[in-house]
Design a protein around this ligand. Structure first.
Ligand SMILES: [Fe+2]
Ligand SMILES: [Fe+2]
Length: 337
């Protein structure tokens, strides 16, 4: 859905990638000389107002002269709004200015309009893979046993719980994608699109985290917990995936089933009024293309639908391995949200 949405947006010319290249033409055509220096600095001052210090050693200007100009400009800029500060790119690499359909500036750098989508809320939330084999049961009970300390720690603080769990949920896709990437290189073979599909999942989970960060601010000890859990979980999942991707994907499938359960409980608390149904964070409205008057409840609904898609993808990946096949033999469900 992501890719479909993306192409549609592009077809509609939603994006206007603006902004002239700031220095590249001058910097690449000249090696030294005052005209080059003037050209660069003219572009600098006109476009940015403030000169940063990155990459100064590679600029055409003499280092001392440049340092003085940098300091002068920085001093001049101190009185201005900090938001005007931009990172200087000598290399012609610059952040394109992206606008929305209505012509206003795109607010987010962590994702772009073509990565947004409308969640498929019609997905079956009740699907469950009944564990049959020893590996399945091990995956199932591993996840169940992890739920107990989680319930104990968070109790009914679902906002906080969601935020913390997303820090874990975003790990498997990245680890799996990375390992498939390395395998593709090692074995000189295509991935069937699974690298991209798993990285997409990781990115989607990270966006869940970026969203819940807006409604629940982590305390210091929760941040410390994330550090510890990530250190353990990343390595454990890495090893687990190396040993048995069949088990690793099955476990994520069950984790996603638990996530659906958690978000369903979250919705119940919102409906009972135990959690305030605050307006949806702006980042969520843009990412899921939600109506402007959306609330936290709407956000939880779309996140839960995403989890159901992750559940399907991971159980499917495990099933492929169970059938004695490789993931690359079945085209990956890229953009399946
Ligand atoms: Fe998530
Ligand atoms: Fe998920």
């Amino acid at each position: 859905m992501m890719s479909r949405g993306g192409s549609k947006l592009l077809d509609n010319s939603m994006l206007a990638v603006l902004g002239p290249r700031l220095f590249s033409s001058v910097a690449t055509r000249t090696v030294s000389g005052e005209s080059a220096a003037t050209g660069i600095l003219t572009g600098y001052n006109y476009k940015l107002g403030i000169v940063g210090v990155r990459n100064r050693s590679t600029l055409v200007l003499g280092e001392k002269e440049q340092e003085e100009k940098n300091q002068a400009n920085e001093t001049a800029g101190d009185g201005n709004n900090d938001e005007e500060k931009r990172i200087v790119s000598y290399w012609g690499v610059e952040a394109p200015k992206v606008t929305k359909e209505d012509g206003t500036e795109w607010r987010w750098s962590c994702f772009r309009p073509w990565e947004t989508y409308r969640a498929d809320l019609s997905i079956d939330l009740k699907k469950h893979h009944a564990p049959a084999t020893f590996l399945d049961k091990m995956a199932f009970w591993t996840v169940k046993s992890l739920r107990w300390p989680t319930d104990l720690f968070f109790q009914r603080r679902y906002g906080c719980r969601a935020m913390m769990l997303e820090t874990v949920a975003a790990v498997p896709g990245m680890v799996g994608g990375m390992l498939l990437h390395c395998k593709s290189l090692r074995k000189f073979e295509h991935s069937g699109g699974w690298i991209k599909a798993l990285l997409e999942e990781a990115e989607n989970e990270r966006m869940h985290l970026m969203t819940f960060m807006e409604v629940a601010k982590p305390r210091w000890y929760e941040r410390a917990l994330v550090f510890t859990v990530q250190g353990v979980f990343f390595n454990a999942y890495f090893l687990g995936y190396l040993i048995s991707p069949k088990f690793a994907h099955r476990m994520v499938g069950y984790l996603e089933e638990e996530a659906i359960h958690s978000y369903t409980e979250f919705l119940k608390e919102l409906d009972k009024g135990n959690i305030e149904n605050v307006p949806a964070p702006a980042i969520a409205i843009d990412y899921w293309r939600l109506p402007q008057n959306s609330t936290l409840r709407d956000v939880v609904m779309v996140v839960r639908a995403d989890e159901a898609h992750h559940r399907d993808v991971n159980h499917f990946a495990s099933d492929i391995h169970y059938q004695g096949r490789e993931l690359r033999e079945s085209p990956a469900p890229i953009g399946y949200h």
